[in-house]
Design a protein around this ligand. Structure first.
Ligand code: URA
Length: 435
Protein backbone atom coordinates (compact mmCIF):
# COMPACT_ATOMS: atom_id res chain seq x y z
CA UNK A 1 0.00 0.00 0.00
CA UNK A 2 1.32 3.47 -0.86
CA UNK A 3 0.61 6.62 1.13
CA UNK A 4 0.74 8.81 -2.01
CA UNK A 5 -2.06 6.77 -3.60
CA UNK A 6 -4.15 7.09 -0.43
CA UNK A 7 -3.69 10.89 -0.46
CA UNK A 8 -4.59 11.04 -4.18
CA UNK A 9 -7.68 8.91 -3.66
CA UNK A 10 -9.02 11.25 -0.97
CA UNK A 11 -7.92 14.31 -2.96
CA UNK A 12 -10.14 13.03 -5.79
CA UNK A 13 -13.11 12.65 -3.42
CA UNK A 14 -13.16 8.84 -3.18
CA UNK A 15 -13.85 6.83 -0.02
CA UNK A 16 -10.81 5.15 1.60
CA UNK A 17 -11.02 1.44 2.39
CA UNK A 18 -10.82 0.11 5.96
CA UNK A 19 -7.33 -1.25 5.15
CA UNK A 20 -6.12 2.09 3.81
CA UNK A 21 -7.33 3.91 6.94
CA UNK A 22 -5.69 1.33 9.22
CA UNK A 23 -2.48 1.57 7.18
CA UNK A 24 -2.06 5.32 7.59
CA UNK A 25 -3.09 5.41 11.27
CA UNK A 26 -0.67 2.58 12.11
CA UNK A 27 2.14 4.05 9.98
CA UNK A 28 1.76 7.52 11.49
CA UNK A 29 1.59 6.23 15.08
CA UNK A 30 4.71 4.08 14.53
CA UNK A 31 6.55 6.92 12.79
CA UNK A 32 6.98 5.25 9.38
CA UNK A 33 4.75 7.79 7.57
CA UNK A 34 6.02 11.39 7.77
CA UNK A 35 4.10 14.46 8.98
CA UNK A 36 3.97 16.05 5.50
CA UNK A 37 2.11 13.13 3.95
CA UNK A 38 -0.36 12.88 6.83
CA UNK A 39 -0.86 16.67 6.74
CA UNK A 40 -1.73 16.41 3.03
CA UNK A 41 -4.20 13.61 3.73
CA UNK A 42 -5.77 15.54 6.63
CA UNK A 43 -6.32 18.56 4.38
CA UNK A 44 -7.88 16.29 1.74
CA UNK A 45 -10.23 14.94 4.46
CA UNK A 46 -11.13 18.50 5.54
CA UNK A 47 -12.01 19.42 1.94
CA UNK A 48 -13.57 16.15 0.74
CA UNK A 49 -15.06 14.74 3.95
CA UNK A 50 -15.56 11.13 4.97
CA UNK A 51 -18.67 8.97 4.92
CA UNK A 52 -20.02 7.23 8.03
CA UNK A 53 -18.14 3.99 7.36
CA UNK A 54 -14.82 5.79 6.89
CA UNK A 55 -15.38 7.89 10.04
CA UNK A 56 -16.11 4.74 12.06
CA UNK A 57 -13.02 2.98 10.64
CA UNK A 58 -10.86 6.01 11.45
CA UNK A 59 -12.27 6.19 15.00
CA UNK A 60 -11.63 2.50 15.66
CA UNK A 61 -8.16 2.54 14.07
CA UNK A 62 -7.26 5.47 16.37
CA UNK A 63 -8.86 3.83 19.43
CA UNK A 64 -6.88 0.63 18.76
CA UNK A 65 -3.60 2.48 18.19
CA UNK A 66 -2.81 1.95 21.90
CA UNK A 67 -4.21 0.24 24.96
CA UNK A 68 -7.99 -0.30 25.22
CA UNK A 69 -9.12 -0.15 28.86
CA UNK A 70 -11.55 -2.77 30.08
CA UNK A 71 -13.26 -1.53 33.25
CA UNK A 72 -15.78 -4.38 33.52
CA UNK A 73 -13.95 -5.93 36.49
CA UNK A 74 -14.23 -2.61 38.38
CA UNK A 75 -17.93 -1.80 38.10
CA UNK A 76 -20.83 -3.06 35.97
CA UNK A 77 -21.16 0.39 34.43
CA UNK A 78 -18.75 3.32 34.35
CA UNK A 79 -19.87 6.69 33.02
CA UNK A 80 -17.88 9.45 31.36
CA UNK A 81 -18.62 12.87 29.93
CA UNK A 82 -16.88 14.97 27.33
CA UNK A 83 -17.25 18.59 26.33
CA UNK A 84 -16.24 19.71 22.86
CA UNK A 85 -14.62 22.76 24.49
CA UNK A 86 -15.79 26.14 25.66
CA UNK A 87 -15.10 29.25 27.74
CA UNK A 88 -15.67 29.03 31.50
CA UNK A 89 -16.56 25.36 31.10
CA UNK A 90 -15.83 23.92 34.54
CA UNK A 91 -18.70 21.43 34.36
CA UNK A 92 -16.59 18.30 34.97
CA UNK A 93 -15.42 19.64 38.35
CA UNK A 94 -19.02 19.60 39.60
CA UNK A 95 -20.75 16.80 37.70
CA UNK A 96 -18.07 14.12 38.14
CA UNK A 97 -18.15 14.21 41.99
CA UNK A 98 -21.94 14.75 42.08
CA UNK A 99 -22.58 11.70 39.89
CA UNK A 100 -20.01 9.57 41.75
CA UNK A 101 -21.65 10.63 45.04
CA UNK A 102 -24.88 9.05 43.73
CA UNK A 103 -23.11 5.69 43.41
CA UNK A 104 -22.27 5.70 39.68
CA UNK A 105 -18.49 5.43 39.10
CA UNK A 106 -16.99 8.21 36.94
CA UNK A 107 -13.65 7.48 35.29
CA UNK A 108 -12.60 10.50 33.30
CA UNK A 109 -9.49 11.41 31.35
CA UNK A 110 -9.56 15.13 30.61
CA UNK A 111 -7.58 17.44 28.37
CA UNK A 112 -5.68 20.69 28.62
CA UNK A 113 -6.73 24.03 27.18
CA UNK A 114 -6.88 24.24 23.42
CA UNK A 115 -6.91 27.62 21.67
CA UNK A 116 -9.51 29.83 23.38
CA UNK A 117 -11.08 26.89 25.24
CA UNK A 118 -9.97 25.97 28.75
CA UNK A 119 -9.04 22.48 29.94
CA UNK A 120 -10.04 20.60 33.09
CA UNK A 121 -6.46 19.48 33.79
CA UNK A 122 -5.14 23.04 33.86
CA UNK A 123 -7.94 23.99 36.26
CA UNK A 124 -7.29 21.06 38.60
CA UNK A 125 -3.59 21.86 38.69
CA UNK A 126 -4.48 25.17 40.44
CA UNK A 127 -4.77 22.94 43.53
CA UNK A 128 -1.21 22.44 44.80
CA UNK A 129 -0.12 18.80 44.63
CA UNK A 130 -3.02 17.56 42.47
CA UNK A 131 -1.66 14.88 40.13
CA UNK A 132 -3.04 14.63 36.60
CA UNK A 133 -0.62 11.96 35.40
CA UNK A 134 -2.03 8.78 36.94
CA UNK A 135 -0.93 5.53 35.34
CA UNK A 136 -3.54 3.14 33.99
CA UNK A 137 -3.02 0.96 37.10
CA UNK A 138 -3.53 3.96 39.42
CA UNK A 139 -6.61 4.99 37.41
CA UNK A 140 -8.17 1.57 37.84
CA UNK A 141 -7.22 1.22 41.50
CA UNK A 142 -8.66 4.65 42.42
CA UNK A 143 -11.84 4.05 40.42
CA UNK A 144 -12.34 0.78 42.28
CA UNK A 145 -11.57 2.36 45.68
CA UNK A 146 -13.50 5.67 45.59
CA UNK A 147 -15.53 5.55 42.35
CA UNK A 148 -14.05 8.70 40.83
CA UNK A 149 -10.96 9.68 38.83
CA UNK A 150 -10.22 12.98 37.04
CA UNK A 151 -6.83 12.70 35.39
CA UNK A 152 -5.01 13.31 32.12
CA UNK A 153 -5.03 11.10 29.08
CA UNK A 154 -2.55 8.28 29.58
CA UNK A 155 0.13 8.31 26.83
CA UNK A 156 -0.72 4.82 25.68
CA UNK A 157 -4.44 5.48 25.21
CA UNK A 158 -5.28 6.42 21.60
CA UNK A 159 -1.74 7.69 20.87
CA UNK A 160 -2.74 8.23 17.22
CA UNK A 161 -5.07 11.03 18.41
CA UNK A 162 -2.25 12.70 20.33
CA UNK A 163 -0.08 12.83 17.19
CA UNK A 164 -2.86 13.68 14.75
CA UNK A 165 -4.26 16.39 17.02
CA UNK A 166 -0.88 18.12 17.37
CA UNK A 167 -0.49 18.04 13.58
CA UNK A 168 -4.04 19.32 12.95
CA UNK A 169 -3.46 22.16 15.40
CA UNK A 170 -0.66 23.56 13.20
CA UNK A 171 -1.94 22.69 9.71
CA UNK A 172 -5.38 24.34 9.70
CA UNK A 173 -7.11 20.97 9.81
CA UNK A 174 -9.04 21.12 13.11
CA UNK A 175 -12.54 22.08 11.85
CA UNK A 176 -13.63 18.86 10.16
CA UNK A 177 -16.54 16.83 11.48
CA UNK A 178 -15.05 13.35 10.70
CA UNK A 179 -11.73 14.42 12.27
CA UNK A 180 -13.37 15.82 15.42
CA UNK A 181 -15.72 12.83 15.76
CA UNK A 182 -12.83 10.35 15.47
CA UNK A 183 -10.59 12.39 17.79
CA UNK A 184 -13.15 12.55 20.60
CA UNK A 185 -14.71 9.11 20.20
CA UNK A 186 -11.41 7.22 19.82
CA UNK A 187 -10.28 8.57 23.23
CA UNK A 188 -13.60 7.85 24.90
CA UNK A 189 -13.80 4.32 23.49
CA UNK A 190 -10.20 3.52 24.48
CA UNK A 191 -10.81 4.87 28.01
CA UNK A 192 -13.38 2.13 28.60
CA UNK A 193 -16.58 3.92 29.76
CA UNK A 194 -19.86 2.15 29.02
CA UNK A 195 -22.01 5.29 29.01
CA UNK A 196 -20.87 8.68 27.70
CA UNK A 197 -22.65 12.05 27.84
CA UNK A 198 -21.33 14.47 25.24
CA UNK A 199 -21.70 18.19 25.91
CA UNK A 200 -21.54 19.59 22.38
CA UNK A 201 -21.06 23.35 22.56
CA UNK A 202 -22.20 25.79 19.94
CA UNK A 203 -21.72 29.52 19.54
CA UNK A 204 -19.09 32.23 19.60
CA UNK A 205 -17.02 30.42 22.26
CA UNK A 206 -17.19 26.96 20.66
CA UNK A 207 -15.52 25.20 17.73
CA UNK A 208 -18.96 24.59 16.18
CA UNK A 209 -20.33 28.07 15.51
CA UNK A 210 -23.87 27.04 14.49
CA UNK A 211 -26.46 24.75 16.06
CA UNK A 212 -26.67 22.86 12.74
CA UNK A 213 -22.92 22.10 12.70
CA UNK A 214 -23.10 21.05 16.37
CA UNK A 215 -26.05 18.77 15.59
CA UNK A 216 -24.20 17.08 12.72
CA UNK A 217 -21.18 16.54 14.99
CA UNK A 218 -23.37 15.22 17.83
CA UNK A 219 -25.25 12.83 15.56
CA UNK A 220 -21.97 11.47 14.18
CA UNK A 221 -20.61 10.78 17.67
CA UNK A 222 -23.84 9.22 18.96
CA UNK A 223 -24.01 6.94 15.87
CA UNK A 224 -20.43 5.71 16.33
CA UNK A 225 -20.99 5.09 20.03
CA UNK A 226 -24.03 3.00 19.20
CA UNK A 227 -22.14 1.04 16.55
CA UNK A 228 -19.39 0.09 18.99
CA UNK A 229 -21.78 -0.84 21.79
CA UNK A 230 -21.50 2.26 24.04
CA UNK A 231 -24.48 4.21 25.32
CA UNK A 232 -24.04 7.79 24.14
CA UNK A 233 -26.28 10.85 24.49
CA UNK A 234 -25.31 14.30 23.25
CA UNK A 235 -26.61 17.58 24.64
CA UNK A 236 -26.21 20.61 22.42
CA UNK A 237 -25.51 23.53 24.68
CA UNK A 238 -25.05 27.25 24.29
CA UNK A 239 -21.57 28.76 24.30
CA UNK A 240 -22.39 32.29 23.16
CA UNK A 241 -21.14 33.63 26.51
CA UNK A 242 -18.92 32.15 29.24
CA UNK A 243 -20.64 29.46 31.30
CA UNK A 244 -21.07 30.84 34.83
CA UNK A 245 -19.06 33.98 35.53
CA UNK A 246 -15.44 32.88 36.01
CA UNK A 247 -12.93 32.24 33.21
CA UNK A 248 -9.41 31.28 34.31
CA UNK A 249 -8.10 28.27 36.17
CA UNK A 250 -8.16 29.00 39.93
CA UNK A 251 -11.14 31.37 39.50
CA UNK A 252 -13.09 28.52 37.89
CA UNK A 253 -12.11 26.05 40.63
CA UNK A 254 -13.47 28.56 43.18
CA UNK A 255 -16.74 28.87 41.27
CA UNK A 256 -17.03 25.07 41.02
CA UNK A 257 -16.47 24.79 44.80
CA UNK A 258 -19.23 27.37 45.44
CA UNK A 259 -21.54 25.32 43.21
CA UNK A 260 -20.68 22.07 44.99
CA UNK A 261 -21.66 23.85 48.23
CA UNK A 262 -25.09 24.67 46.75
CA UNK A 263 -24.37 28.19 45.47
CA UNK A 264 -22.67 29.28 42.25
CA UNK A 265 -24.05 31.09 39.20
CA UNK A 266 -27.58 30.09 38.22
CA UNK A 267 -26.78 29.15 34.58
CA UNK A 268 -23.79 27.06 35.57
CA UNK A 269 -25.66 25.26 38.33
CA UNK A 270 -28.57 24.50 35.99
CA UNK A 271 -26.20 23.27 33.26
CA UNK A 272 -24.51 20.91 35.75
CA UNK A 273 -27.85 19.55 36.98
CA UNK A 274 -28.91 18.70 33.42
CA UNK A 275 -25.61 17.07 32.41
CA UNK A 276 -25.24 15.12 35.66
CA UNK A 277 -28.91 14.04 35.63
CA UNK A 278 -28.38 12.74 32.09
CA UNK A 279 -25.29 10.81 33.23
CA UNK A 280 -27.26 9.10 36.03
CA UNK A 281 -30.03 8.18 33.58
CA UNK A 282 -27.66 6.90 30.89
CA UNK A 283 -25.70 4.96 33.50
CA UNK A 284 -28.89 3.25 34.69
CA UNK A 285 -29.02 4.85 38.17
CA UNK A 286 -32.11 6.96 37.49
CA UNK A 287 -35.41 6.08 35.78
CA UNK A 288 -35.26 9.26 33.71
CA UNK A 289 -33.32 12.54 33.47
CA UNK A 290 -35.74 14.27 35.86
CA UNK A 291 -35.07 11.69 38.57
CA UNK A 292 -31.33 11.97 37.83
CA UNK A 293 -31.54 15.70 38.32
CA UNK A 294 -33.36 15.32 41.65
CA UNK A 295 -30.71 12.85 42.85
CA UNK A 296 -27.95 15.35 41.96
CA UNK A 297 -29.81 18.21 43.71
CA UNK A 298 -30.02 16.05 46.83
CA UNK A 299 -26.32 15.06 46.65
CA UNK A 300 -25.36 18.75 46.47
CA UNK A 301 -27.80 19.81 49.20
CA UNK A 302 -26.67 17.22 51.76
CA UNK A 303 -22.93 17.67 51.13
CA UNK A 304 -22.22 14.28 49.49
CA UNK A 305 -21.09 15.87 46.19
CA UNK A 306 -18.66 18.16 48.01
CA UNK A 307 -17.36 15.29 50.16
CA UNK A 308 -16.71 13.25 46.98
CA UNK A 309 -14.80 16.15 45.41
CA UNK A 310 -12.70 16.43 48.56
CA UNK A 311 -12.04 12.69 48.50
CA UNK A 312 -10.99 12.97 44.83
CA UNK A 313 -8.56 15.83 45.51
CA UNK A 314 -7.05 13.98 48.47
CA UNK A 315 -6.71 10.71 46.51
CA UNK A 316 -4.84 12.48 43.71
CA UNK A 317 -2.39 14.19 46.05
CA UNK A 318 -4.00 17.64 46.16
CA UNK A 319 -3.71 19.75 49.33
CA UNK A 320 -7.27 19.88 50.64
CA UNK A 321 -6.50 23.01 52.72
CA UNK A 322 -6.72 24.95 49.42
CA UNK A 323 -10.21 23.72 48.61
CA UNK A 324 -11.47 23.96 52.19
CA UNK A 325 -10.37 27.61 52.13
CA UNK A 326 -10.49 28.54 48.42
CA UNK A 327 -9.17 32.04 49.16
CA UNK A 328 -5.79 30.26 49.50
CA UNK A 329 -5.84 29.22 45.82
CA UNK A 330 -3.45 31.18 43.52
CA UNK A 331 -4.40 34.87 43.56
CA UNK A 332 -3.45 37.58 41.05
CA UNK A 333 -1.65 40.74 42.18
CA UNK A 334 -3.76 43.15 40.09
CA UNK A 335 -7.54 43.01 40.27
CA UNK A 336 -9.56 45.65 38.43
CA UNK A 337 -13.24 46.00 37.64
CA UNK A 338 -14.52 47.68 34.49
CA UNK A 339 -17.86 49.49 34.77
CA UNK A 340 -20.55 50.21 32.16
CA UNK A 341 -20.08 53.54 30.41
CA UNK A 342 -23.76 53.82 29.42
CA UNK A 343 -27.15 52.28 30.20
CA UNK A 344 -28.16 49.33 28.00
CA UNK A 345 -28.79 45.62 27.61
CA UNK A 346 -25.98 43.13 26.99
CA UNK A 347 -26.81 41.81 23.50
CA UNK A 348 -23.78 39.83 22.31
CA UNK A 349 -20.59 38.36 23.78
CA UNK A 350 -17.74 37.27 21.52
CA UNK A 351 -16.87 34.46 23.94
CA UNK A 352 -13.80 33.15 22.08
CA UNK A 353 -12.29 36.64 22.48
CA UNK A 354 -12.80 36.40 26.25
CA UNK A 355 -11.08 32.99 26.18
CA UNK A 356 -8.19 34.48 24.18
CA UNK A 357 -7.94 37.45 26.56
CA UNK A 358 -7.43 34.96 29.41
CA UNK A 359 -4.84 33.04 27.36
CA UNK A 360 -3.00 36.36 26.78
CA UNK A 361 -3.08 37.09 30.53
CA UNK A 362 -1.13 33.82 30.92
CA UNK A 363 -4.08 31.56 31.81
CA UNK A 364 -3.61 29.41 28.69
CA UNK A 365 -0.84 28.51 26.27
CA UNK A 366 0.21 30.47 23.20
CA UNK A 367 2.57 27.63 22.22
CA UNK A 368 2.75 23.96 23.10
CA UNK A 369 4.33 23.46 26.52
CA UNK A 370 4.05 27.10 27.73
CA UNK A 371 3.68 27.37 31.54
CA UNK A 372 0.28 28.42 32.90
CA UNK A 373 -0.50 31.20 35.38
CA UNK A 374 -3.33 29.65 37.37
CA UNK A 375 -4.25 32.89 39.17
CA UNK A 376 -5.22 35.08 36.20
CA UNK A 377 -8.56 35.38 34.43
CA UNK A 378 -11.76 37.33 34.28
CA UNK A 379 -14.99 37.27 36.24
CA UNK A 380 -17.98 38.49 34.24
CA UNK A 381 -20.79 40.26 36.09
CA UNK A 382 -23.49 40.33 33.40
CA UNK A 383 -25.28 37.84 31.17
CA UNK A 384 -26.80 38.39 27.72
CA UNK A 385 -30.24 40.00 28.12
CA UNK A 386 -29.37 41.67 31.43
CA UNK A 387 -29.90 45.42 31.82
CA UNK A 388 -26.94 47.44 33.06
CA UNK A 389 -26.88 51.02 34.25
CA UNK A 390 -23.96 53.36 33.81
CA UNK A 391 -21.34 52.73 36.52
CA UNK A 392 -22.41 49.15 37.23
CA UNK A 393 -19.66 46.52 37.09
CA UNK A 394 -19.33 44.60 33.80
CA UNK A 395 -16.31 42.38 34.52
CA UNK A 396 -13.27 42.08 36.76
CA UNK A 397 -9.82 41.25 35.39
CA UNK A 398 -7.29 39.32 37.52
CA UNK A 399 -3.77 39.90 36.16
CA UNK A 400 -0.14 39.66 37.15
CA UNK A 401 1.19 42.22 34.67
CA UNK A 402 0.14 45.87 34.14
CA UNK A 403 0.40 45.83 30.32
CA UNK A 404 -1.50 42.57 30.06
CA UNK A 405 -4.18 43.91 32.41
CA UNK A 406 -4.71 46.95 30.16
CA UNK A 407 -4.82 44.80 27.04
CA UNK A 408 -7.32 42.37 28.59
CA UNK A 409 -9.64 45.18 29.70
CA UNK A 410 -9.75 46.59 26.16
CA UNK A 411 -10.13 43.21 24.52
CA UNK A 412 -12.99 42.10 26.76
CA UNK A 413 -14.79 45.44 26.45
CA UNK A 414 -14.55 45.12 22.66
CA UNK A 415 -16.04 41.61 22.89
CA UNK A 416 -19.27 42.94 24.46
CA UNK A 417 -22.06 44.59 22.49
CA UNK A 418 -24.90 46.51 24.10
CA UNK A 419 -28.26 47.62 22.75
CA UNK A 420 -30.72 50.17 24.03
CA UNK A 421 -33.78 47.88 23.52
CA UNK A 422 -34.45 44.78 25.70
CA UNK A 423 -32.71 41.58 24.51
CA UNK A 424 -33.84 37.96 25.10
CA UNK A 425 -31.58 35.92 27.40
CA UNK A 426 -29.81 32.96 25.77
CA UNK A 427 -31.09 29.39 26.18
CA UNK A 428 -28.83 26.90 27.98
CA UNK A 429 -29.52 23.92 25.67
CA UNK A 430 -30.74 23.58 22.09
CA UNK A 431 -31.21 19.86 21.63
CA UNK A 432 -30.67 16.36 22.99
CA UNK A 433 -29.49 13.67 20.58
CA UNK A 434 -30.10 10.09 21.65
CA UNK A 435 -29.18 6.84 19.94
N1 URA B 1 -11.69 18.05 21.14
C1 URA B 1 -10.99 16.93 20.79
O1 URA B 1 -10.65 16.13 21.64
N2 URA B 1 -10.68 16.75 19.50
C2 URA B 1 -11.04 17.60 18.51
O2 URA B 1 -10.74 17.34 17.36
C3 URA B 1 -11.76 18.77 18.88
C4 URA B 1 -12.08 18.97 20.20
Amino acid sequence: MHMVEIIEKKRDGKALSTEEIEFFVRGYTEGTIPDYQVAALLMAIVLRGMDDRETRDLTMAMARSGEMLDLSDIAPIVVDKHSTGGVGDKVSLVVAPAVAACGLPVGKMSGRGLGFSGGTLDKLESIPGYRTDLTVEEFKAQLRRIGIVLTGQSANLAPADGKLYALRDVTGTVPSIPLIVSSIMSKKIAAGADAIVLDVKTGSGAFMKTVEAARTLAEGMVRIGQEVGRKVTALISDMNQPLGFAVGNALEVKEAIETLHGGGPEDFREHCLVVAGEMLYLGGKAADEAEGRRMIEAAIADGRAWAKFRELVEAQGGDTAYIDEPERLPKAALIETVAAQADGYLAHVQADEIGMAVVALGGGREKKGDPIDHAVGVVMHVKVGQAVAVGEPLFTVHANDEAKLREAKQRILAALRFESEPVEPLPLFYDRIVA
